[in-house]
Design a binder for this molecule. Structure first.
Ligand code: NAD
Length: 500
C-alpha cells in the first residue's frame, strides 16, 4: 500500500510504516520523535507505527487551528461546501485503499469496510457539505417594537476525539459538521486504529484544504486526549468513546465551560414479540448482536424474547448464527473477523467465564476460534456467543462488553420487558420486532434511549438526531443537531423606528 502520510523505516530488516501527525497542512512526527506500535488484530503483530504525541504537539496544532480560523470562518458556505465535497470525492477515488486499511487496522471484514464504513464516511462529508447550503435562521417580531433575528457563528477550534470501532466513519461524522459550519479542528483518532485518519490527511493535502483547518494529532488518550480537552483555546469537545472516559472528558472540559457532546457506551436491548415476523427478526437480531464482531455501540447484546416463541426463536437464532462465516478479515467471504486488540479478546473471554459463574448456559460459541489460517494464527478471533439463563440484573446483563456476546432472556408481557430493557445504567438504542403497530408505538415511547428501531436495526438517515440518555451520553449529533452543536447562536434585536 502506498503510504504518504508517514515515511517507512527499516526496523530489524522489516519496513515499518510511520503514521505521522497532520498539522498546519504538513505531515510531521511527534516532537518527541516517539512512536507507538500499531498491531494488526488478525495477525497480532505490529505492521505500522503511529506518532506518540503529547501536549506539545497538541499546542502546535491548536496554534495552527487558531491561525486558520479567521479566514476559514469567513469563507462562504459555498466555498466550504466545495472543499468538503472534494474531500468526499478524494476518499471515494481511493475507496479500495481506505477499505483495506480499515480492515487491516480494525480486524473487521473487508466487505464491511468497503460497503459500510467508508461509504458512510463519504456520505457524512457530502451530507454536511450540502446541508450548510440550506440552513435557515429564526426571526421574531416583538409586538411592533423590535425585530429579532438569530445569527449562528462557528464556535472556534473544535476538539474531536473518536474510538476504534468505526474509525473513519466516526471521525468524519465530527469533522464534516465542524468544518462545514466554519470551525477549525484538532482531531484525535484512537491510537489503536490510526490508518484511515492518516489517509484522510493525505486526501486533505491532495485537495488543498487550507493549512490548519483540520489538524490530526495521533497518540494516547492519556497524553493527547487530555491535552485537547484541557486546552483553554479548544472551545468545544465532541467525544465518542467509553462511559468512563466520557466522565474524565467532562471533568476536564468543565472548568473551561466548553461545549461538550458525549456519545458513550451502550447495553442495548433487542425485543422480539410473539407477533414478530421471525423471517426478518431472527437475522435482524443476529446482525444487531454480532455486526463488527459485536463492537458497535448500538449492538443489541440483550435479546428479550416473548415466552410463547422463545424456544422456536432461540433454535432459529442459533441456526442463523452458526452460519456466520468467521475468517481472515481480508478474505472476501468473511462475515466475522478479529476483535480489535488482545485486551478486547481477554475482556470478552472474561465475560464468558463470568456468565458461567453467574449461572448462565452457553448456547453457542464461548471458546476462542481455532486457527483461521497461517497468517492469522496469532490473531484475536472470538466467535459469536449466545448465552441464556441469566437474570436481567447480573453483571453480564448490566455491563457493556463490546464484544460478540449476547444473552437471551424470555419475557411475558410489554410492561415487564420495558422495565427490564430500561434496567441498566445505559440508554443508547433499542430494536423492537413486532407486527403490532400499537405495540411498536407503546414500547418505543416507554424505552429510555436515544434511538428505537422497529423491525430494523442500524437503518440510517443523516437528518435524524443521534445520541443517548443516562450513562450513554449527553447531547445529540446528526443533521441539524450537529450544525447547532458546532455553532453559537446570537440574537440581534433591532428597535423598529418610531414614526411619530
Ligand atoms: P475509549 O473511551 O477508551 O477511547 C475513545 C477515545 O478517547 C480514544 O481516542 C482514546 O484515545 C481517547 N481517550 C482515552 N482516554 C482519554 C482521556 N482521559 N481524555 C480524552 N480522551 C481520551 O473508548 P474505545 O475503547 O476507543 O471505544 C469503545 C467505546 O466507545 C465503547 O464504550 C463504545 O460503546 C463507545 N462508542 C460509542 C459510540 C456512540 O455513538 N455512543 C460509538 C462508538 C463507540
Amino acid at each position: 500500500m502506498a503510504f504518504k502520510c508517514g515515511r517507512t523505516r527499516s526496523h530489524g530488516g522489516v519496513q515499518v510504516k510511520h503514521i505521522n501527525n497532520f498539522i498546519a497542512g504538513e505531515m510531521v512526527p511527534a516532537q518527541s520523535g516517539a512512536y507507538l506500535a500499531n498491531i494488526e488484530p488478525a495477525t497480532g503483530t505490529a505492521y505500522s507505527e503511529v506518532a506518540d504525541s503529547d501536549a506539545a504537539d497538541v499546542g502546535t496544532a491548536v496554534n495552527a487551528a487558531r491561525a486558520a480560523f479567521p479566514a476559514w470562518s469567513q469563507t462562504t458556505a459555498a466555498v466550504r461546501s466545495r472543499r468538503l465535497l472534494s474531500i468526499a470525492q478524494g476518499i471515494e477515488n481511493r475507496l479500495e485503499e481506505f477499505a483495506r486499511a480499515e480492515s487491516i487496522d480494525t480486524g473487521k471484514p473487508i466487505s464491511l469496510a468497503r460497503n459500510l464504513d467508508i461509504p458512510r464516511a463519504i456520505q457524512n462529508f457530502r451530507f454536511f457539505a450540502t446541508a450548510i447550503l440550506h440552513t435557515q435562521s429564526a426571526a421574531h417580531v416583538t409586538d411592533g417594537a423590535a425585530l429579532n433575528y438569530t445569527l449562528r457563528h462557528p464556535v472556534g477550534v473544535a476538539g474531536l476525539i473518536t474510538p476504534w470501532n468505526l474509525p473513519l466513519y466516526l471521525l468524519s461524522w465530527k469533522i464534516a459538521p465542524a468544518l462545514a459550519t466554519g470551525n477549525t479542528a484538532i482531531a484525535k483518532p484512537s491510537e489503536l486504529t490510526p490508518m484511515t485518519a492518516g489517509l484522510l490527511a493525505e486526501v486533505c493535502q491532495e485537495t488543498e484544504l487550507p493549512p490548519g483547518v483540520l489538524n490530526i494529532v495521533h497518540g494516547t488518550g492519556a497524553k493527547v486526549g487530555t491535552a485537547i480537552t484541557a486546552h483553554p483555546q479548544v472551545a468545544c469537545i465532541s467525544f465518542t468513546g467509553g462511559t468512563v472516559t466520557g466522565k474524565r472528558v467532562a471533568q476536564s472540559a468543565a472548568p473551561h465551560f466548553k461545549k461538550v457532546s458525549l456519545e458513550l457506551g451502550g447495553k442495548n436491548p433487542t425485543i422480539v414479540f410473539k407477533s414478530a415476523d421471525l423471517a426478518s427478526a431472527v437475522p435482524g437480531a443476529a446482525r444487531a448482536a454480532f455486526a463488527n464482531q459485536g463492537q458497535v455501540c448500538l449492538c443489541g447484546s440483550r435479546i428479550f424474547v416473548q415466552a410463547s416463541i422463545y424456544e422456536e426463536f432461540t433454535e432459529r437464532l442459533v441456526a442463523s448464527v452458526q452460519k456466520i462465516r468467521i475468517g481472515d478479515p481480508l478474505d472476501e467471504s468473511t462475515q466475522h473477523g478479529a476483535l480489535v486488540s488482545h485486551a478486547q479478546f481477554e475482556k470478552t473471554m472474561s465475560y464468558v467465564q463470568l456468565a458461567k459463574d453467574e449461572g448462565g448456559e452457553l448456547l453457542y460459541g464461548g471458546q476462542p476460534c481455532p486457527t483461521i489460517n497461517d497468517r492469522c494464527q496469532n490473531g484475536f478471533f472470538f466467535p459469536p456467543t449466545l448465552i441464556t439463563g441469566l437474570p436481567a440484573d447480573c453483571r453480564v446483563n448490566q455491563e457493556e462488553i463490546f464484544g460478540p456476546i449476547a444473552t437471551l432472556t424470555p419475557f411475558s408481557n410489554e410492561a415487564e420487558v420495558v422495565d427490564a430493557a430500561n434496567g441498566t445504567p445505559y440508554g443508547l438504542s433499542a430494536s423492537v420486532w413486532t407486527q403490532d403497530l400499537g405495540q411498536a408505538q407503546r414500547v418505543s415511547a416507554g424505552l429510555e434511549c436515544g434511538t428505537v428501531w422497529v423491525n430494523c436495526w442500524l437503518t440510517r438517515d443523516l437528518r435524524v438526531p443521534f445520541g443517548g440518555v443516562k450513562a450513554s451520553g449527553v447531547g445529540r449529533e446528526g443533521g441539524a443537531e450537529a450544525l447547532r452543536f458546532f455553532t453559537e447562536s446570537k440574537n440581534v434585536c433591532i428597535a423598529m423606528s418610531d414614526s411619530s
